[in-house]
Write a protein that binds this ligand. Structure first.
Ligand code: HEM
Ligand SMILES: [Ca+2]
Length: 716
């Protein structure tokens, strides 16, 4: 495609007009800050880098609208060529050059984030100028940058989500959420769907064999690989004046998307969910939801980003940026910070977390991932990994007195990530994916061999379908309550999930042994059956403020609405994509749905083409030997394959010039690492544990009989 002076002028004009209209005070929403100065509790907070991506995304979105209005869709490919030309030009220009940069040039640089490195004053994220230095060749970076040497940004933190089904499904083809059925009627509201199809009516159906630990480990995986930040408020003028990314952090405040008319009154990034008058819990006309921030980097369709490193690399423990990593390190002997003021170990306290609902002294915590205090049962998992890191660091230090803090840190980080990857592929996935899929997608660990399947062409990024639908299946496994068990395995009280979202006080109960009884409960008691029903807390009390019924949201509705927000295609498209029979009427679903579920779907959707992906996945009949139906299984298995074959530092992979494990080290992990031992080693009140860690009915064995990782294997 030829870029002409004419096309360049048209594009420049569209971008400048977009900037003007976005920062025109008359166009700024009147009440965009949250009402009454109250912070809205949320889990998807955008960091400074994501906010900077949103700025670019919104200018491009607005400019796309103008271009399409005036010239039609056909202009977009040329327009994108113009951006590429500019980027090349700007980057070639010498930064140190003192000649005056014209105003439009400056704006252009700001929009396309061309001067990010030189402008930044804080090293939250490094942007290595090339990936060929020794560190990035051999070692996994904290952001994931340079993991793929041909395309260094693939899978790094703050980079685009991938799409399994090409394109996105938007009402206007660009970014507007679908609101209409194929019949022309209005789509059912996400809350209505949740009420009709996903309400467990407090009839709790537990899994026959899988424990609650499987749920929480799933969430820990989710928090490692998925973080879709929500849109924030923008003051474009300030951004343009400063041109400094750091200032963005202060610009982008929360949007209040509670009102039904917030899409008009507050921001186009509001997508509140309709609640009907006869709702059994919510007495409000709409439930708040902010759209995932638009990180589109080209003219064309809206696109979303993952803020954490997409790789399975313990972002939960170490963070996804230099700042996050620095905030958890002690910088002594390679260890991580902890809080031990109560006589047992917790992650370090965070006194500046304005999202935390419980106040000092029961503050929330600082971990690699911001969502660590989303509910109290996440903290035991974070703590076990922190303790294991520090235990291994002590062992290394006792054998290698001269290793520096940095050397110990990197070595232990690498070992712990290897252990984690092994646990996920060896123990977690086989518990709900069928054997056949594990084989077909090459997800089984090898024996006494190195994996030679690293594929630089494999995009490791998290897919929108996995993040916004398939891997949220775990919400169905969450119990209403978290029962505590003491060291002897006897009941020791419980707490309700819905009462504790972003409250940390349950972790401060030193009198009953802190978090350990919660952990014991998850190991020894059943989780909920993975099905279409969700517990009360999940469906009614997400982010609820204690004592204020209805002040929270319904997570199931959010999941459904999030799918529409991300432009996921309707369920039947994916169904066909994974090889199931095509569907034109409800009865065609009968190959993978029960009669009962087909009738249920019919009672809320007017056409099978309308079924949301999340709902479709949750209503499919489970495959034999699996906890999910064929569409969910496919989207999850496909993602874990990408995370394996697309990760240059995967623990089983042997790749030239990397500092990956040798065969002895790999075998050490394969033979001696289990989640059971990891838990045993880092808890005081556990002496016996399930032989099959995720099966609460399995025999109990003494912790001391389980094999233990030998650190000497890794000291070359
Ligand atoms: C008590 C348990 C859990 C709670 C309270 C919880 C809560 C949440 C919340 C509030 C969100 C944000 C939704 C949005 O704004 O779009 C979310 C997202 C998500 N959850 Fe959960 N969750 C839980 C367990 C799980 C489990 C067990 C899994 C997987 C096995 C899981 C997977 C995910 C994924 C993949 C996302 C998307 C993350 C993102 O968009 O950044 N969650 N969860
Ligand atoms: Ca990660």
């Amino acid at each position: 495609i030829e870029v002409t002076e004419e096309s360049e002028r048209i594009v420049e004009d569209a971008v400048m007009r977009a900037l003007e209209s976005l920062y025109n005070p008359d166009n700024l929403p009147q009440n965009n800050a949250s009402s009454a100065g109250e912070r809205i509790v949320m889990s998807q907070q955008a960091n400074a880098d994501s906010k900077s991506a949103q700025f670019t995304g919104e200018v491009l979105e607005e400019a796309t609208r103008t271009l399409v209005q005036e010239f039609g869709m056909d202009i977009l490919p040329v327009a994108n060529e113009v951006i590429n030309k500019w980027k090349v030009e700007e980057e070639q220009e010498n930064d140190g050059n003192a000649t005056e940069v014209p105003e439009t040039r400056k704006k252009r640089q700001a929009v396309f984030r061309i001067k990010r490195q030189s402008g930044g004053s804080k090293k939250c994220t490094t942007h290595p100028s090339n990936c060929n230095d020794r560190f990035h060749t051999t070692t996994r970076s904290i952001t994931g940058h340079c993991n793929n040497r041909e395309n260094p940004e693939l899978g790094k933190s703050v980079s685009p989500l991938r799409r399994v089904l090409g394109g996105a499904f938007y009402a206007d083809g660009l970014g507007q959420m679908r609101t209409r059925s194929v019949t022309g009627a209005e789509l059912p509201s996400a809350r209505l769907i949740s009420n009709v199809l996903h309400d467990d009516r407090n009839n709790q159906v537990f899994s026959a064999n899988i424990n609650h630990l499987h749920m929480i480990i799933g969430q820990f995986i989710a928090h490692d690989v998925v973080f879709i930040p929500s849109s924030v408020v923008f003051n474009t003028k300030l951004i343009l004046l400063s041109l400094i990314p750091l200032l963005l952090a202060r610009n982008g405040g929360q949007l209040d998307c509670s009102a039904c008319n917030s899409p008009q009154r507050v921001s186009g990034n509001c997508a509140p969910i309709r609640v009907s008058l006869n709702d059994r819990y919510f007495k409000i006309p709409c439930m708040r939801l902010t759209r995932a921030l638009n990180g589109q980097e080209n003219f064309g369709v809206r696109s979303q980003i993952g803020q954490n490193s997409h790789f399975l690399d313990l972002s939960t423990v170490y963070g996804s940026s230099e700042c996050e990593m620095d905030s958890v390190r002690s910088f002594r002997d390679g260890k991580l910070k902890t809080f031990t003021g109560l006589g047992y170990t917790l992650p370090p306290q965070n006194f500046n977390d304005t999202n935390c609902q419980s106040k000092a002294p029961w503050v929330c915590f600082t971990c690699g991932d911001f969502r660590n205090s989303l509910h109290p049962a996440l903290i035991p998992i974070h703590t076990i990994f922190i303790k294991e890191h520090n235990r291994l660091a002590d062992l290394v230090r006792s054998r290698r007195r001269r290793m520096s803090d940095e050397e110990i840190f990197q070595l232990v980080r690498k070992i712990l990530i290897g252990m984690w990857q092994h646990i996920v592929y060896n123990e977690y996935l086989p518990k709900y994916l069928p054997q056949r899929s594990l084989r077909n997608f090459d997800l089984q660990p090898l024996r006494n061999r190195v994996h030679l399947g690293y594929k630089p062409k494999q995009d490791p990024s998290i897919s929108a379908e996995f993040a916004a639908a398939a891997f949220r299946f775990g919400h169905s496994q969450a119990r209403f309550d978290f029962p505590r068990l003491n060291a002897a395995g006897r009941p020791a009280g419980n707490y309700d999930l819905g009462h504790d979202i972003f409250y940390a006080d349950q972790n401060y109960l030193s009198g009953i042994g802190g978090w350990e009884p919660v952990m014991n409960g998850m190991v020894r008691l059943a989780g909920m059956k993975s099905d279409r029903y969700f517990s009360f807390g999940i469906r009614n009390q997400m982010f609820e403020i204690r004592g204020r019924n209805g002040s929270g949201v319904d997570l199931v509705s959010v999941n459904i609405q999030r799918g529409r927000d991300l432009g996921l295609h309707p369920y039947v498209m994916y169904r066909q994509f994974v090889g199931l029979s095509p569907v034109s009427k409800f009865n065609d679903l009968n190959t993978t749905f029960s009669k009962e579920n087909i009738n249920a779907l019919r009672s809320v959707y007017s056409d099978p083409m309308d079924i949301d992906l999340y709902t479709g996945i949750m209503l499919e009949e489970n495959m034999a030997g699996a906890q999910l139906g064929p569409t969910g299984v496919f989207l999850i298995a496909e993602q874990f394959k990408a995370l394996k074959t697309g990760d240059r530092f995967f623990y089983e992979s042997s790749v030239a010039n990397t500092d990956n494990f040798n065969l002895d080290e790999m075998n050490e992990i394969r033979q001696n690492v289990t989640l059971a031992k990891l838990i045993c080693t880092n808890m005081d009140s556990i002496n016996r544990i399930n032989t099959d860690i995720f099966d609460f009915r399995s025999n109990q064995v003494a912790c001391s009989t389980l094999p233990e990782i030998n650190i000497n294997t890794f000291l070359r």
